[in-house]
Design a protein. Structure first.
Lengths: 112, 118
């Protein structure tokens, strides 16, 4: 059984740029959630994807967007990067109807 | 709204002594609660979960947690700390989203950093 994988592991961007982060869900899981973890804080829910549609969203602006593909993998896109977007971005997969989410190792984004 | 409060931001114990990490929850219904652990520069690993079955939940690596409704608490314990337990621990509650067909979102506490002294 393959766990949740994310790429890249680290990324450096400058303010105003755009970034795409990728996530492959655990085998058999059809739901992907994204979280942002700023330094020294707990993860905050960004949004969730199920059946290739956004299924719920946290308190994040529209410049945070995502996609889910037929194989259940997912992308997180952030436009017009701001310094405060610097964080660890975590992807979690789960099976619809089940509450337990399994996390990937994260992508650490630094915005200069 | 669902929420969790971790009562200690830092806990330091000696190797071989008991560990207690405290968490209180707020929920309008019977909650599903989790503890996750995050080692430095790593993702989150599920330690254990409570989903309204037995109130004493056993997890991995010798950790356990007890759900106490009267105290709205879900404290994490381990009888004997090991150096490898040094990490950040998050108490988490599952929050239902009113959308059909998929799972809930997770709401995290602010974390407790556990240090284990030799």
């Amino acid at each position: 059984e393959t766990g949740v994988t994310q790429s890249p592991t680290h990324l450096i961007k400058t303010r105003g740029q755009q970034v795409t982060l990728r996530c492959s869900s655990q085998s058999g899981h059809n739901t992907v959630s994204w979280y942002q973890q700023a330094l020294g804080q707990g993860p905050q829910f960004i949004f969730q994807y199920y059946r290739e549609e956004e299924n719920g969203r946290g308190n994040f602006p529209p410049r945070f967007s995502g996609l889910q593909f037929p194989n259940y993998s997912s992308e997180l896109n952030v436009n017009a990067l701001e310094l405060d977007d610097s964080a660890l971005y975590l992807c979690a997969s789960s099976l619809s109807g089940k509450e337990t989410q399994y996390f990937g190792p994260g992508t650490r984004l630094l915005v200069l | 709204a669902q929420s969790v409060t971790q009562l200690d931001s830092h806990v330091s114990v000696s190797e071989g002594t008991p560990v207690l990490l405290r968490c209180n929850y707020s929920s309008s219904y019977s909650p599903s609660l989790f503890w996750y652990v995050q080692h430095p520069n790593k993702g989150l690993q599920l330690l254990l979960k409570y989903t309204s079955a037995a109130t004493l939940v056993k997890g991995i690596n010798g950790f356990e947690a007890e759900f106490k409704k009267s105290e709205t608490s879900f404290h994490l314990t381990k009888p004997s700390a090991h150096m490898s337990d040094a990490a950040e621990y998050f108490c988490v509650v599952s929050d239902a989203m009113n959308y059909g067909g998929a799972t809930n979102k997770l709401i995290f506490g602010t974390g407790t950093l556990l240090a284990v002294q030799p």
